[in-house]
Each structure stands twice: as structure tokens, then as C-alpha cells.
Design a protein around this ligand. Sequence first.
Ligand code: GCV
Length: 736
Amino acid sequence: MVSLSHGARDAARAGSRWRRAGLLCLCWLAGLVTGLPAMAEDGYALWLRYVPLDAGRQAAYRAHATELVVDAGTPTGRAIRDELQRGLHGLLGRAPVPAARAGRAGAIVVGTPATSPQLAALRLDLSALGEEGYLLRSVRIDGRPATAVAANTELGALYGAFHLLRLVQTAQPLDALDIHQAPKTRVRVLNHWDNLDRYVERGYAGESIWDWHKLPDWTGPRYTDYARANASIGINGTVLNNVNTSAQSLTPMYLEKAAALAGVFRPYGIKVYLSARFSAPIEIGGLETADPLDPAVRAWWKAKADEVYRIIPGFGGFLVKANSEGQPGPQDYGRSHADGANMLAEALAPHGGIVMWRAFVYSHEEPDDRAKQAYTEFVPHDGRFAPNVLVQVKNGAIDFQPREPFHPLFGAMPETPLMMEFQITKEYLGFATHLAYLAPMYAETLRADTHARGPGSTVARVVDGSLEGHQLTGMAGVANIGSDRNWSGSHFDQANWFAFGRLAWDPYLDPEAIAREWVKMTFSTDPGFVDPVVAMMMGSREAVVDYMTPLGLHHLMGRGHHYGPAPWVEGGPRADWTSVYYHRADAKGIGFDRSASGSNAVAQYAPPVAAQFGDLATVPEEFLLWFHHVPWDHRMASGNTLWDELVLRYGRGVDYVAGMRRTWDGLAGKVDPERHAQVAAFLAIQEKEAQWWRDASIAYFQTFSKRPLPAGEPAPPHSLAYYQALQFPFAPGDGK
Ligand code: GCV
């Protein structure tokens, strides 16, 4: 390394300061000329950038934003006023004038009939909007055109205000508005897998944003921005701590800290929830047992719930991971999940709180196929859960793989409200550096037909309660948020947070439409940018499936940290934490036989689905190796053998990433250089790692198939031993 003297270093620093200053000036000038913002774009503003529109659009929208009438006498009212002022000022270069009553053409009137006499006088029909819905309507007030943002509650009005801003951000007309919106699920929560030491399990965006040490006295502006971002997409709850939790989170000291966060979030309609450790009565309560049927344990939880509500008014409830991956739970005492959940539900019920009881359970002592265990444990308890319990079910039966068939619990517990758990953080899809837009994956599950009550019994209808008439409904997303300046570890991962919120609000939304909104709000409304970027996003998750786990393969990543390919993982404490358990490759073929001749996991689905998945002739190819052990020479729909198809799919995934790089490189002039550079660098990492996945996987599986690669497919550049020897002791996000 070249070493510099102090003097030389100072001179170099001064030189680089001048260079930086020059660069800033240039950026500023470039901003003036191009209309792009002169400030460095670091992604902090998310999709709430509010940068100036072009002059023509500004003029058109200003006519609809002359005055702002909103009762700012409450914290939520102030949040509405501030957001609209800030947003419209940013977008239009001029904020609407605050007014007590609409008196000019082009006023925006926001509120409820109770807070706004002018809205009340319009006699709008708000009856179908519930507590969180809103109406955006072009109206006339005293003969002058105005825009009404009306709701039954201030929170509904806040959601409506964000919708109005979204319309402007995405260049939609405001002339003839008549938009009714109400969320289709009730509990729309982020699950933070954040520990009290700020380590984030499966987190790839830096340390936790919760600065527990400085709470409750310091609540920095980032918490408000977190609340704004979530409210803008309809998220109304956050579970602050990891499901693998410490009982410390329930001590008064930490409750006070959580209360400070709840205070910041409250005006934005975001409730605070906590993960509760089932053995807390022992660890912080001094009891000798946590048996849910023990009266002293029940009394302890009742007192704890009372205390939590005293400290955190409006608290949402508890999330529980029990008897899963070593966590304590009711089965430690021979009790059921329902016994455990109902004990907590009873403690929370007087306060209106809920329990989100996770169905992510499996045990290495249980020899049955891991994919079957949740169903086996939960279905017998259908109808036994208290009314304020939601059973929280991951989208698939294994664990957030790049592709899984829908979880067989959906449709199988008609008497129990089931909430969806999606993973936003990309534990199994390349961490933060791979560009994978997840809405198509979420939608694929939501649109899947369980056939529980005949055709059309989609997972979305289970989740929104319409299939069985449940009122308590919800969706959880495992957050990808950390203290990185851009929140999510990469610019494109912000899209997954956004899409989760939009789909939790309305599980029937179109992933492409969501992507289009997000790109316009986050980057640019230029169709020359939006169209190629949306197209690239839409295929990006399928590309990950191709280069990591094509044709229904799953769980083939590095042990523990889950980084990179490792289909050779075997041995260790439990078979269901190895790759060989899942792919079962041998001289004959590859895949997990879950048909009637194998584990018969297919039988957990309704008969038409079981028949489709269970038959090699009808199973969709994307789930082929999930459900069947298939000979290497099996003929695929393409006419290729299975082996050739597998190799080609790996390559197809790599090629897609190369294509994304080309697309992105070609967009250099259409996006700020800061974000362009980071995305470009991450795409280069992704291409390198996609190639690694392809090469390592092919090198390994070829030892079983013993077949040549299809013509033109390059051999892996290294030996299998080379890939197997790679170690990543410090890969981020590993469980602790
Ligand atoms: C929070 C997977 C992850 C774990 C996670 C677990 C869960 O196993 O690898 O880190 O633990 O899922 O969802 O509980």
C-alpha cells in the first residue's frame, strides 16, 4: 500500500475537498439545467420524494390545490396538514394556502363530517368506508370546484391524503375523482426480527432502527419518517422485536421504550405490538412454570397485559413463536397451541388486544416430512382458538423459499382466522444486493386456489375473511428495514416494502400496477424509464427462482447464514436443516416425493389440488421437484429431458440478470447518478452470484445425473470441491 506523509495527506484531503465542492456545484448546475434535484439522492425519502413536476404539470395541478382546509387541532390532523403541505410544495413548487373554510376554486378539503362542516354539508355516503376507508371526490362547494378527501375517521382521512399525493406523484388527473377505498384486511403489520442489541435476524440493511439504548428519551426524526412511510401504504401496526425474543422486552424498562415509539406512531394510525416469549413468567416473573393452564401463570399474563396497556395505551397485542426452532411453548407442558394462544388472548381481551400465533412449527424429533408438520399440529385445533387470535401462516409450508406452493393450512381451518406472513427481507432471495421484486411472488400465493369451498376459494379470500366470513383478518410482512440510509439495504428493496403494504391493504391488486406506481414515485414518471424498469422488475423474481432453485427445488443455500449455493449440505444436528433432505438427488433422479407414493403431503390439500399436485402428468412444472422425485430423463413440456431443462433454467436466470444490467446501464441519463451507480454495482454483484449459483449447482447435481450439459452450455469454471470449500463466516443476518 502507498503510504502518505501527514503533509501530503492534508494536501490530498484539501484537494479532494475542492474536488467535492466542484462536483457539488456541477450537480447543482446540472440540476438547474435538467430539472433533476440537485441534492444527492441517497434513497432516504423512499417513495415520498415529492420532487418538482415539470412546469406544465405543476400549473395543471396547482389549479386543484389552491387552498388546504383541514382541522389540524389533533396530532393526526397535523400529520395530514403537514404531509399535504410538504408533498404539494415539493411537487408543485407551492403549497396550498391553509384556510378554515374553502373559499376559492381548487380547494382541498380533508377530514370527517365531524371535523368539517363543509364536508358534512356535502352529505357524502361514507357508510361503506369503515374506520380506515376514505373517499376522494371532485365536488362543488358554494358553487366552486373542490376536492373532498372524506372519511369516517381522521385516520381514514390521512390515508386519503396519501392517496391524493400518490395521484399527483404518478401523474394522474384530478378533474373527476370518485375513488372509494377501504382496506380488505384489518391488521396490516410489519414484523421486525430485531433484537434488543440492534442485531437484525435476517436483516441486510444495517442494524435495527430501534435505538433501544437512547429510548425513551430520544426519539429521532427517523421514527416519524418510518410512520409516514408506513401510513402512506396503509400499514397500521408494527411488531418491534424478533419472534425469537428475549423476555426482557416485556420488562417495564423496555415497555417504556416501546411506549415512546408508540407515541410517535400513534398519529399515523400505527399500533405497536410485541413478540412475547412464552417462558417469560419464569424468566422475568419468577414463576417455576409457564404452563398455560396453571392459574398463577394465567394471573401473571393478565397482570402483564394490564401493565403493558397502562404503559402503552392502544397497544396492539402479542406475536408468538412457540415450540418452533427451540422456542418455548405450551407443548413443553403437554398443552396445545390453542391452550397457549387462548391464555394470552384472555389476558389481552379486556383491552381489545389480539394474539398473532405463528404456525411456523416443525420439530426434528418428528420424522414426518417437515412440510406436513404445521398442518398436522394445527388442523385438529380448528375452532378452538379464542375470537381475538389470528393464526399467522407463512405463504408456504417450508420457509419463504424463492417459490413454494401455497401453505396447505390455507383453506384447511375454516373456523379459525388465518393471517398471511410474507417475508419482505430477502433471506432466501439474494439478501439486499439481488434485485428481486417480490409482488409477483406474493400475488402468486394470494391468487392460488385452495378449492376449500369449490373453485375460486383463493388464498386471498381466506386471508381477507370473505371465504368463511371472518372479521378479524390480517397480513404480516417480515420487515427489510434497517438503519442504512436507504432503509432497505438497496433501492429496489424499497419496492418490496411498498408492495407488501399495498397488497396487505388490497390483496387483489396487480403487481405490475404496484411496480408502476412505485417506480414513478421513487424514480421518475418518464415512460422511457418507467416501462423498461417495470418490465425488468416483473421478471426479476422468476430469474432468482431459475438461478437458485428451478423447477420446484428448495432449501439449497448455505447452512445457517443462507448465503450462496450449498446443495451438498448434509449432516449436522437435524436432517431438515440440510439441503440433501430437500433435493434427494440420486442416480435415478431428483426431487422430494410428496405424492401418495412418498410423504403424501399432497393429501393435505383439497382433493382437486391434491390430484393436480400429486400426479406427475398434471403438476405444474414450477412445482415438479417439490412434489415428485423425477427421473433425469423425464420429458418436460419443452421436449427437453429434466436434466437438460434444469441446466437451461439455471442459465436462463443468469441471462436475465445480464439483461437487467444492460437495461439499467442504458438508463443512466434518466436517473440521478447516485442511485444509478449503486443499482448498477448491485446488479453486477447479482450477476456474479447468479453465475456462482448456476455453476455450483450444476457441478454438484452432475455428480448424480452423470449426463453431459446440453449443447452450448458452458461447464462450470471450477471443480465441485472449489465451490464446496467456500466459507462465509461473517455473512450478515444469521440467526444468533
Ligand atoms: C426468526 C427461518 C429463519 C429464522 C427465523 C425463522 C422464523 O428459519 O431462518 O431466522 O427466525 O424462519 O420464521 O421463525
